[in-house]
Design a protein around this ligand. Structure first.
Ligand code: X5A
Ligand code: ZN
Length: 663
C-alpha cells in the first residue's frame, strides 16, 4: 500500500490572537491556508487521500493532560476577551480564543486520524496540517502557542491502541519541544530527538534542560536526545550532518515501529523566529531518510513555521517526498559550520555510553564553546520579502519535471525475471561502431554477441538517464566490470561532471581511474586481497556482515558512504554489483534506496545477470520506491569499524560531511 494521507480543515483557522502581543502575533490562521494552497498549486493535494479531521475525545486528551487542565481549556469557550486574556497570561507565550478549545480538539483529532491510517495499514504515511501546534504543551500547561500536545498524545495513543513498543519522535521544529521531553523523559519506549536554537540558553524557552546533557532519566537514560544550536544561520549541511552523525545511527539502532515528526518549519530559511538557513528541499532529504525507518510508517504533524512562503514550500517538499517523487538535489556548500560540529560532538559524547553505534568513535566534550566559527554559517536572509524573491527563484532552479519513466531495464531478451509490471525494457539495439569502440578501450577478450548487445542497449539507456527521460536504470549484465566501466565512460561523455560509483564485490573498473575528480569510487568488499591505490576519489571499505539475520551496515552508510556522497554532490550514481559478497541483499537495498537522495534520483544499477535475488530487491526499490523493513539491526563489528576509521582519516580532510568532531 503506497498511499499518503493528508489532514486539513479550514475550521482550524477559526481562532486568532485578539489583543496586542508581539510574541504571539506570528501564529496566524494563514499559516494553514497558505500551506494548503501551495500544496494545491503543486498538484499534491490530488495525489493524497484527504482525511477529515475529527474532535479528539476527553479520554484521548487525558492520555497526557490532567483533567484540571482540560477543564481550564474547556472553560475558555465561553469567556469574553478580558477573561481569555487573563487565562492566557497564566501561561507562557500562550493565547486563547473562544474557538481555541474546538480547534485544539480538531488539531489533536486530526493527528490521530493520520496515526490510525498509518497504523491500520490503510496508508503508508501522512501529514496533518493542523493548528494549534503541540510540542510545547505540558500535562497541565499551555505554552508557546500550543494547547494539547498532539504528538505526545499520538505516541500514547499508538502505544495503547496498537501496542507499539518503540516510537521515535523527531522534532525538527526550531524550538525545543520541552513538553514532549517532560512527558517521555522516563519512558524508554519513546526515543525523542529535538534540535533547537539555543544560543547557550539565551533563546526561548531559556531552559538548561534543553542542552545536550539532558539525556533522559532512570530506565529511559539515553532516550532523550537534545541537539542545541548555539548560533543562528544553521543550514542544510548542518541539518544533514546532524541526521548522519546523531539521529540516524541512534534511530536505526532503536529500530522504531512508528515514526512521528514534530514537523515545525521555523527551522527553515526566512523564519523570523528561527533565523536559520535551511532551504525547502532540505526537508525532502530529512523526510526521505526517515522513510527508511519503521517500514515507512511516518506521520508528519505540523508544529511551527512563521514565514508563510518558506513554510508552504517546505510543507510541499515534505508531502512530495512522502508521495515518493524524486528528491531534489540539496543546494549549498556541504560543510557543516564549526558551532554545529561542537554541538554534534557533545551530544555524541554524552550518548556514547548508551548507544553502541556511537561508542567506537573517539569522543570527548568540547570544553571551550566557541562563538566565532572557523567556518562561518551562511548569511541569514533578513527581509521577509527578499526571502520570497529568493524562494521564487530557488524553487524554479531545483525542481524538475518528474521523468516519464521510473525505471528502464536493460536485460537479455530471454530473461525470465519477474520484474514489476511497470518497468520499461530498453528495446533498441545499437551495436554501433561507437559502442564497439567504447568497449575496445577496455581491451577485453572474448567479446561475444551477448555482451555487445547488452552494452549497446545500456548506452542507449544511459542517454535517457542523463537526459531525464527515465528516473533510474537497471542493467543486467553478462560482464559487470565491462558494463560498469563503459557506463562511467559514457556518462562522462554525455556531460556528467561528477559520477559516484559504488562497487560491491569483484568489479574492476581500473582502466578508468582518473584523478580529475570526475569519478569518485567506493569499493565494498569482505577482504582486501590486493592493495589498490587510494586517493581522495578512490576508497575501499572492508565490510563483512557478521550475521545473516540482522545487519549493521547502517553504521557504514551513515558514518561513511552517505556523508561522502553528500559531500561530493554527484550528477549520477552508478552502483555495480557482481555478487552480494560480504553484505546482504537488504543492505544493498537500503544503500540503493538512500542513494536516491542524490543526483535527483539518477541511479544506474549494473547487476550481474546471475544475481536474481539482488535484481529483484533493487527493482523493488528503484521501480516501486518500496518502503521495507531493512532491519533488524545490530551494532557493527569492531574490525569493520576499524577499517572504516582508517579510510575516514584520509577522506575527512577533504570531504567535510564526514566530520563529527569540531577541531
Ligand atoms: C510551536 C512554536 C514557538 C513559541 C515561541 C515563543 N512555538 N516565543 O513554534
Ligand atoms: Zn517552533
Amino acid at each position: 500500500m503506497s498511499r499518503t494521507v493528508l489532514v486539513y480543515d479550514e475550521e482550524m483557522m477559526s481562532y486568532k490572537l485578539l489583543w496586542d502581543d508581539p510574541e504571539c502575533a506570528i501564529e496566524v490562521p494563514e499559516r494553514l491556508s497558505s500551506s494548503y494552497k501551495r500544496l494545491q498549486d503543486y498538484d499534491l493535494v490530488n495525489r493524497c487521500v484527504l482525511l477529515p479531521v475529527r474532535e479528539a475525545t476527553e479520554e484521548e486528551i487525558t492520555l497526557v493532560h490532567s483533567p484540571e487542565y482540560l477543564d481550564i481549556v474547556k472553560s475558555t469557550q465561553s469567556m469574553n476577551v478580558d477573561e481569555l486574556k487573563t487565562t492566557s497570561k497564566k501561561f507562557t507565550a500562550a493565547y486563547f480564543h473562544q474557538n481555541s478549545y474546538r480547534c485544539a480538539k480538531l488539531s489533536l483529532g486530526g493527528t490521530l486520524q493520520v496515526v490510525d491510517a498509518v497504523m491500520s495499514g490503510e496508508a503508508l504515511n501522512g501529514m496533518a496540517l493542523i493548528r494549534p501546534p503541540g510540542h510545547h504543551s505540558q500535562r497541565s500547561a499551555s505554552n508557546g502557542f500550543c494547547v494539547f500536545n498532539n504528538v505526545a498524545v499520538a505516541a500514547e495513543y499508538a502505544k495503547n491502541k496498537y501496542k507499539v513498543q518503540r516510537i521515535l519522535i523527531v522534532d525538527w521544529d526550531i524550538h525545543h519541544g520541552q513538553g514532549i521531553q517532560y512527558i517521555f523523559e522516563d519512558d524508554p519506549s519513546v526515543l525523542y530527538f529535538s534540535w533547537h536554537r539555543y544560543e547557550h540558553g539565551s533563546y526561548w524557552p531559556y531552559l538548561s534542560e534543553s542542552d545536550y546533557d539532558s539525556i533522559g532519566k532512570g530506565s529511559a537514560t539515553g532516550f532523550n536526545i537534545n541537539l542545541p544550536w548555539n548560533q543562528i544561520g544553521i543550514g542544510n549541511a548542518d541539518y544533514i550532518a546532524a541526521f548522519f552523525h546523531v539521529l540516524l545511527p541512534m534511530a536505526f539502532e532503536f529500530n522504531p515501529e512508528l515514526v512521528l515528526v514534530s514537523a515545525g518549519y521555523d527551522s527553515g530559511i526566512g523564519d523570523p523566529e528561527g533565523r536559520m538557513c535551511a532551504t525547502p528541499e532540505c526537508f525532502s532529504h530529512l523526510t526521505h531518510m526517515l522513510m527508511h525507518l519503521a517500514g515507512g510508517k511516518l506521520c508528519m504533524i505540523l508544529e511551527g513555521g512563521y514565514h508563510l512562503r518558506s513554510l508552504s514550500e517546505s510543507v510541499s517538499m515534505t508531502v512530495r517526498t512522502l508521495l515518493r517523487d524524486p528528491v531534489p538535489r540539496l543546494s549549498g556548500e556541504m560543510t557543516p559550520c564549526y558551532s554545529a560540529l561542537e554541538s554534534i560532538q557533545n551530544v555524541r559524547h554524552v550518548h556514547s555510553t548508551y548507544w553502541k553505534s556511537l561508542v567506537h568513535d573517539e569522543t570527548r566534550l568540547v570544553k571551550a564553546i566557541s562563538t566565532k566559527g572557523l567556518s562561518a554559517p551562511a548569511p541569514v536572509h533578513a527581509e521577509a520579502s527578499a526571502v520570497n524573491e529568493f524562494l521564487e527563484n530557488h524553487m524554479k532552479k531545483i525542481l524538475h519535471p518528474t521523468p516519464p519513466v521510473t525505471t528502464l531495464v536493460v536485460a537479455p531478451v530471454e530473461n525470465t525475471l519477474n520484474l514489476p509490471a511497470d518497468v520499461q525494457l530498453e528495446e533498441g539495439t545499437a551495436t554501433t561502431e561507437h559502442v564497439i569502440n567504447a568497449i575496445r578501450v577496455f581491451n577485453q577478450d572474448g567479446l561475444n554477441e551477448n555482451i555487445l548487445n547488452s552494452v549497446g542497449k545500456m548506452v542507449l539507456a544511459l542517454e535517457k538517464l542523463v537526459n531525464r527521460k527515465t528516473r533510474n536504470c537497471i542493467t543486467l549484465s553478462p560482464n559487470t566490470s565491462l558494463s560498469a566501466a563503459v557506463a562511467v565512460q559514457q556518462v562522462l561523455r554525455l556531460g556528467c561532471e561528477r559520477v559516484f560509483c559504488i562497487i560491491i564485490g569483484d568489479v574492476d573498473i581500473e582502466p578508468l581511474k582518473t584523478d580529475d575528480g570526475k569519478i569518485m569510487c567506493i569499493t565494498i568488499s569482505g577482504d582486501k586481497t590486493h592493495e589498490r591505490t587510494h586517493s581522495q576519489y578512490q576508497t575501499f571499505l572492508k565490510w563483512k556482515e557478521s550475521s545473516h539475520e540482522s545487519s549493521s551496515f547502517f553504521y557504514a552508510l551513515f558514518r561513511f558512504v552517505l556523508p561522502l556522497a553528500y559531500s561530493y554532490q554527484p550528477d549520477l550514481i552508478i552502483l555495480a554489483v557482481e555478487s552480494k559478497g560480504s553484505v546482504g541483499t537488504k543492505d544493498i537495498a537500503l544503500l540503493t534506496s538512500l542513494l536516491q537522495g542524490l543526483a535527483d534520483g539518477a541511479v544506474l544499477a549494473v547487476v550481474s545477470e546471475k544475481e536474481k535475488e539482488i535484481t529483484k530487491a533493487l527493482a523493488n526499490i528503484l521501480v516501486n520506491c518500496a518502503s521495507m523493513f531493512f532491519g533488524p539491526y545490530i551494532p557493527p563489528d569492531k574490525e569493520c569499524v576499524q577499517s572504516l576509521t582508517q579510510e575516514l582519516t584520509v577522506m575527512q580532510t577533504k570531504w567535510k560531511m564526514l566530520q563529527c568532531l569540531a577541531k
